[in-house]
Design a binder for this molecule. Structure first.
Ligand SMILES: *Cc1c(COP(=O)(O)O)cnc(C)c1O
Length: 383
């Protein structure tokens, strides 16, 4: 079956009690039991809930995985995944990872003796060089935020597996429609469902999907023990979101390409970051590994003042953090999403004061471009 069919049907059957075509929001904390030790497969809603279970099956199917677990946020999904490693073990991480991931690893998990090394995983030799005897996990994000570095998932998986380490990929930016990391040998996929999977900017959530049975039962054990579960209502919202994922991603991708091409030619834009641009260093890899390029585009207008002017002049695009919604969102990574990253690190990663990031929505493409054009034309300095 094709992706769109799986997205609409996997994990979902008409409700057994009523025939409701849409999976109901089972807003309950507990379930009546028929007798001691006799129940219908549900005992307590932290452990399992039919709405959440439907979403977990749906997301697993979309990534081509056997098991899926949903969490209250992308960060709690990543936190649960990191419970697969113990104090004294080592994790290699993409250096340009999501800021919240960097914060969780360095400020919290490091206190429990988990060792982290952050390297540019877009060069597989860096991963190879960082692997140590105690390396148990390689955690990558591709493309990265906001400078769109691409990591070769197959090459990294080979290097990690040779050393006995699992590979985790944060697939939030691409969604399973545009990239299926497990197909390249990755062991575990994590998502912030807050972004493209839910797609409507109205809920926070996360997911972990994987095939290894032992790791899956540990993730499930962590989910139930620590209890950072996704609520029935939020599960329902994401289920509603994935039904249109294929359609939305097609349009995000189409408009993403058009906006990137427009920006690349604009006299006020000095540099763009978009894996779908033939000028991107890893264009060929992105083409091979991804089904499309998505709708995250960053561009540099050369100065903080220039960026401020653009961000304050847009009318249709909304100045906000986050991404992956139907509406176009625009932000300033240096002072917003990446404010907690040290200035030297920002400089090294290319997160300059003039950098602007756009999450291209699914409004009419011409309207998005016209808005960016009028905003850019208010910038005074030229290329
Ligand atoms: C947003 C995001 C997260 C964190 O997800 P939350 O749902 O905000 O907790 C993790 N990784 C990436 C790539 C993200 O964009």
């Amino acid at each position: 079956m094709g992706f769109a069919t799986i997205a609409i049907h996997a994990g979902q059957e008409p409700d057994s009690a009523t025939g409701a075509v849409t999976v109901p929001i089972y807003q309950t904390s507990t379930y009546a039991q028929d007798g001691l030790g006799k129940n219908k497969g549900y005992e307590y809603a932290r452990t399992s809930n039919p709405t959440r279970l439907a979403l977990e099956r749906n997301l697993a199917a979309l990534e081509g995985a056997q098991f899926g677990y949903c969490f209250a946020s992308g960060m709690s999904a990543i936190d649960a995944t990191l419970r697969l490693v113990k104090g004294g073990e080592h994790v290699v991480v993409s250096d340009n990872t999501y800021g919240g991931t960097f914060r969780l690893f360095t400020r919290i998990l490091a206190n429990y003796g988990v060792e982290f090394d952050f390297v540019n995983t877009s060069e597989v030799s860096n991963v190879e060089a960082a692997i140590k005897d105690n390396t148990r996990m390689v955690f990558v994000e591709t493309p990265t935020n906001p400078v769109m570095m691409v990591t070769d998932l197959k090459a990294v998986s080979e290097v990690a597996h040779a050393a006995g380490a699992r590979v985790v990929c944060d697939n939030t930016f691409m969604s399973p429609y545009l990239q299926r990391p497990l197909d390249f040998g990755v062991d575990i996929v994590v998502h912030s469902t807050t972004k493209f999977l839910n797609g409507h900017s109205d809920g926070i959530g996360g997911a972990v999907v994987l095939n290894n049975e032992d790791d899956a039962s540990w993730i499930q054990f962590v989910q139930n023990s620590a209890g950072a579960i996704l609520s029935p209502f939020d599960s329902w919202l994401v289920l509603r979101g994935t039904k249109t994922l294929a359609l939305r991603m097609e349009q995000h991708d189409r408009s993403g390409r058009a906006v990137a091409a427009f920006l690349e030619d604009h006299p006020k834009v000095r540099k763009i970051y978009y894996p779908g641009s033939p000028s991107h260093k890893q264009y060929e890899l992105a083409k091979r590994q991804q089904k499309g390029f998505g709708s995250m585009v960053s561009f540099d207008v050369g100065s903080f003042e220039g960026a401020r002017t653009v961000l304050e002049s847009v009318r249709l695009c909304t100045l906000a953090e986050s991404l992956g919604g139907v509406e176009t969102l625009i932000c300033h990574p240096a002072t917003m999403t990446h404010a907690s990253v040290a200035p030297e690190t920002r400089e090294r990663l290319g997160i300059t004061d003039g950098l602007v990031r756009v999450s291209v929505g699914i409004e009419d493409t011409d309207d998005i471009i016209a808005d960016l054009d009028q905003a850019l034309n208010t910038v005074t300095s030229d290329k």
